[in-house]
Design a protein around this ligand. Structure first.
Ligand SMILES: Nc1ncnc2c1ncn2[C@@H]1O[C@H](COP(=O)(O)OP(=O)(O)OP(=O)(O)O)[C@@H](O)[C@H]1O
Length: 255
């Protein structure tokens, strides 16, 4: 279980403080695929950074599998909005980077990276640099790099937002496969309602209220089932999330 308990977090903006989280709590079960959706600036990335240990709350605590998070941890992988690839390293070097900084031998790094490069179908571009890749390929490199570290928690901040519609759907399927195969715990931030319902076993709808408020929590047990996107249930769930976002709160009639 991941527990965010009574967390407070404010940012300094000029001479004032912007209160993003105030007494905020959240629990995430092992193996869940949690999606955070909400308007720009409502605090989604901040929550991801708290979970990653990149930010520390000023009050309260984050615990992962019972351990308080005091900084970044080896088993948490985060994929940021700009993918975080190093432009001066080629695909193979980017993928193996995490292992190299953990002092794994060169040969082991190479074979672990190669396995992941094949899985992500990046073999043909493995000596290319990030500037020579498409958005979808860059995203797969970022995923490959995160997965070589065998994380138990994968945090993703709008990982697919820069992609064209078809590439995005292909990578959504890939993310689902990875989640199901590895029984990973994932937290994904998105602005897309369809993506939230396609990928989230639970969806949290957040709104900016200074502090951030959770205005809806949707359990989505059919996630990952074949053909889910074409079902009535999928349509209903997306309509419900949309109504929460539009009306800024719980609308019982749309449930
Ligand atoms: N380093 C910072 N310094 C000051 N204020 C910040 C900082 N980072 C974020 N904020 C503010 O905190 C609030 C929440 O930001 P956050 O990035 O978590 O929102 P978000 O929901 O992820 O937004 P987006 O969807 O646009 O990425 C915003 O009002 C933002 O302006």
């Amino acid at each position: 279980m991941i527990e965010v308990s009574h967390c407070n977090l404010s940012y300094k903006q000029g001479t004032s403080q912007v209160k993003v989280y105030d007494d905020f709590s959240l629990k995430i079960e092992q193996g869940e695929s949690l999606v955070l959706i909400g308007p720009s600036g409502c605090g989604k990335s901040t929550l991801l950074y708290l979970l990653a240990g990149l930010l520390q709350p000023t009050g309260g605590q984050v615990k992962i599998w019972g351990e308080p998070v005091k900084g970044t941890r080896q088993k948490s992988a985060i994929i940021l909005q700009e993918y975080g690839l190093f432009p001066w390293l080629n695909v193979e070097q980017n993928v193996s980077l995490g292992l190299r900084v953990r002092h794994m031998s060169r040969a082991k790094c190479k074979s672990a990276a190669e396995e992941m490069i094949q899985k992500m179908r990046l073999g043909e571009v493995k000596y290319n640099f990030p500037s020579q890749l498409s958005g979808g390929q860059r995203q797969r490199v970022a995923l490959a790099r995160a997965l070589t570290l065998q994380p138990d928690l994968l945090l993703m901040d709008e990982p697919l937002s820069a992609l064209d519609a078809l590439t995005r759907e292909r990578l959504q399927k890939l993310l689902l496969e990875i989640w199901q195969e590895r029984n990973l715990t994932t937290v994904l931030v998105t602005h897309s309602i369809e993506e939230a319902v396609f990928l989230g076993s639970r969806i949290l709808v957040l709104l900016d209220g200074r502090p951030t408020r959770v205005v809806g929590e949707i359990h989505n047990p059919m996630v990952g089932e074949k053909g889910y996107r074409q079902t009535e249930e999928f349509f209903q769930k997306t309509s419900y999330v949309r109504s929460l976002l539009e009306r800024g709160g719980l609308d019982e009639s749309a449930k």
